[in-house]
Ligand binder design. Structure first.
Ligand code: HEC
Length: 252
């Protein structure tokens, strides 16, 4: 359909303009069957737990996850003690105390994930001038969402010979291809606690799944409400139809 339309467009306007390429130049993302897609879709807790491990062990070195609090990790199937232990692994700055000093303490479930850099300037300075963006809403901020992130993480290839990458890297799926993030994943970059082999593909999939949850933690509740509303509307329609028949039966 798109092709027909752009064909028609080209035929209609082609004679007035210099030939231009259709806007559909963007590289097609490899499709992936996410468990959270579809009306009845749900998150895969095991995959999210592995994704959390990838974020913590790899991505969190550069990327913040500002909007996610440790206690939100209960959604991933952890119990309260596990979340407490996870949070306590972090050191966070708190204060000021009664003397007016900031101090450090162990993390609590109510804390959000601490950022790796003090501010955006520091983040950019440590990364060749490009600040690694916050990942909290990344899965909703980019076209393709989790499929884009998954593709990006597995999309590093050698640059074509005529391209000078400088201090950047070449990525099939990054708009413009030259990205300031070197390939962050390599085979066995993490050791999964559930024993799943940590291939680049597996880690990319898991961390994208995790980031989708981070961006839309209420997805399952939203879908369930949608289903309930649909069931209500169907029953309501049937009742109204029966009532209508009853009322109008006497009119004839
Ligand atoms: C060594 C630092 C570093 C690590 C580790 C790292 N990143 Fe990045 N990331 C960056 C930088 C820098 C950018 C900005 C690149 C640019 O704009 O050219 C970036 C950008 C991104 C983007 C945005 C791309 C876009 O479309 O704008 C995503 C998504 C991303 N990183 C995901 C991840 C994930 C997931 C991980 C962990 C598997 C990770 N990164 C690990 C430095 C890093």
């Amino acid at each position: 359909m798109k092709k027909i339309l752009s064909g028609l467009f080209a035929v209609t306007f082609g004679c007035f303009t210099v030939p231009a390429f259709a806007a559909g130049d963007a590289v097609k993302l490899p499709s992936y069957d996410w468990s959270f897609e579809g009306v009845f879709g749900t998150y895969d807790k095991a995959s999210m737990q592995r994704g959390l491990q990838v974020y913590k062990d790899v991505c969190s070195g550069c990327h913040s996850l500002d909007l996610v609090a440790m206690r939100n990790l209960l959604d991933l199937g952890y119990n309260v003690d596990e979340v407490k232990a996870f949070a306590a692994d972090y050191t966070v700055e708190d204060g000021p105390n009664d003397e007016g000093e900031m101090f450090e303490r162990a993390g609590k479930p109510s804390d959000h994930f601490p950022a790796p850099f003090a501010n955006e300037k520091a983040a950019a300075a440590s990364n060749g001038g490009k600040a690694p963006p916050d990942l909290s809403l990344m899965a909703k901020a980019r076209v393709g969402g989790p499929s884009y992130i998954r593709a990006l993480l597995t999309g590093y290839v050698d640059a074509p010979e005529d391209v000078d990458v400088g201090n950047l890297s070449y990525n099939t799926y990054f708009p413009g291809h030259l990205i300031g993030m070197a390939a962050p994943l390599s085979e066995d970059a993490v050791e999964y606690s559930d024993g799943t082999p940590a291939s680049v593909d597996q880690m990319a999939t898991d961390v994208s799944h995790f980031l989708m949850w981070a961006a839309e933690p209420k997805l399952e509740a939203r879908k369930q409400t949608g289903i309930k509303v649909m069931i209500f509307l169907i029953i309501f329609t049937l009742v109204m139809y029966a009532a209508k028949r009853k009322v109008f039966a006497k009119v004839h």
